[in-house]
Design a protein around this ligand. Structure first.
Ligand code: FDA
Length: 401
């Protein structure tokens, strides 16, 4: 068995782990990063359609969920979206705002991975890929870690940056939760988030013909949802399994089994008034044609069939037109589940923030142990917030570990 000694061992060469390692290395710490995947930063590489939505101009604590949403404030304030943008500018990585403050690389997400691996190399960090942790034990003030390549490493600080459980195919393991349990640190309930929602077979049968239809929608939690109320104005997409698109991914973080969600598929428009005006102007117009001026035609046909609204506008009562208005702008639907970790962008929940110092991400009861990034019970909205949490929490731990 070979032996090696470092000041800091970072497990996980994702967004948070690489940021933390580069910062600690810059401070003169001898840092080793290990990761069981073949390449570092795989989620960065595939994110945002290959362009990585790396932050959001409007990023703040309000964009995060968790048992204590204020926990993220300290790290987010100390290393902000503007600090990360400055790094990209220094590295010559061009970027643009797409929509809603979401920033993407002009060329490729690989540029960010390269910037981080270059930063680590410049700071003297050692990176070992295809290497996992086989055993972990505390020894006095430090750690003894047996790696899968047969090396035994001693380190003063251990930083757990292995992310959450989303997309197991890409190497997600939930290992951070095992470490937490080993040291009696509470892990909150975890569930897939930013994930498409699915319907039961009966509902799916009536909605399958709509697969591929997209609308700009306002999707909200059901009015009787006491906690976790939210509403998002973004695109919604009908799929072969249920609903997807940004508005649905966003609400999925707030939704729970047994609850409904409410979609307005022509938000801000008075559909009743528009249909009434169309009836006055041309009563011989087919109702689905008139509704097709408000929502996509396939959706209009489906809604008319569902509400029993057939024939010309002139033949339809105000009550029927009002029902169509409700069907478009107050569609209450109960998903049966989600597509799960297979497609979820993130994991909601994780290491209990009450067990961590919010300035440093250090475990309060276990000296020399840090949890950063998605492993922690801090989950961002869709739109660059999760990467910003990874950068900010990695940076914060990197100042002290
Ligand atoms: P991350 O998961 O990035 O890194 C963890 C690392 O640990 C991985 O390299 C993994 O191989 C390694 N690891 C895991 N278990 C291990 C073990 N037992 N031993 C050794 N190594 C281990 N967010 C955003 O803000 N904008 C976006 O555009 C997107 N897009 C996006 C697309 C898709 C498809 C997904 C799945 C996710 C996103 N996200 C996103 C979310 C974002 O990718 C995520 O929040 C961050 O990558 C989290 O960074 P971490 O460093 O915490 O974990």
């Amino acid at each position: 068995m070979s032996r090696a000694s470092f000041d800091v061992l970072v497990v996980g060469a994702g967004a948070a782990g690489m940021m933390c390692a580069a910062e600690a290395g810059r401070r003169g710490r001898r840092v080793l990063v290990v990761d069981h995947a073949a390449n570092p930063g795989e989620k960065i590489r595939i994110s945002g359609g290959g362009r990585c939505n790396f932050t959001n101009l409007g990023c703040g604590p309000v964009n995060f969920l968790g048992e204590n949403p204020r926990f993220a404030t300290s790290a987010l304030r100390r290393f902000t979206q503007h600090d990360f943008i400055k790094r990209l500018d220094r590295a010559g990585i061009a970027w643009h705002e797409k929509t809603l403050g979401q920033l993407f690389c002009d060329d490729s997400a690989k540029q960010i991975v390269r910037m981080l691996t270059d930063d680590m190399a410049a700071a003297g960090v050692t990176l070992k890929m295809k290497t996992g942790v086989e055993r972990l034990s505390k020894s006095g003030e430090g750690w003894i870690i047996n790696l899968s390549d047969g090396t035994q490493v001693t380190a003063a600080a251990l930083v757990v940056a292995t992310g959450g459980k989303s997309i197991p195919k890409m190497g997600a393991t939930g290992w951070a939760y095992e470490v937490a349990r080993q040291f009696d640190i509470r892990v909150t309930d975890t569930r897939p988030a930013l994930v498409p929602l699915t319907f039961e077979a009966g509902l799916l049968e009536t909605l399958t013909p709509l697969a591929g239809v997209a609308v700009d929608a306002r999707v909200a939690s059901a009015p009787d949802t006491k906690a976790r109320k939210a509403a998002f104005d973004e695109a919604m997409l009908f799929t072969h399994r249920g609903l997807s698109g940004p508005a649905i991914l966003q609400i999925s973080s707030y939704w729970r089994e047994g609850e409904a969600i409410v979609a307005a598929m022509a938000p801000g428009r008075d559909v009743f008034a528009e249909l009434k005006a169309a009836k006055t102007a041309n009563g011989r117009q087919a109702v689905h044609t008139a509704l097709g001026h408000v929502v996509p035609r396939r959706l209009a046909e489906s809604l008319c069939a569902r509400e029993g609204a057939a024939g010309n506008l002139a033949d339809l009562s105000d009550a029927t037109l009002r029902r169509l208005d409700q069907a478009v702008n107050a569609w209450s639907v109960k998903p049966v589940g989600s597509e799960g970790y297979r497609t979820a962008e993130v994991t909601l929940g994780g290491i209990d923030t009450a067990a961590l110092d919010q300035q440093t991400l250090a475990a309060k009861a276990v000296p020399g142990l840090y949890f950063i990034g998605e492993a922690v019970d801090v989950t961002g909205w869709l739109g660059g917030y999760n990467f910003q949490w990874a950068w900010s929490s990695g940076w914060a731990a990197g100042q002290v570990c």
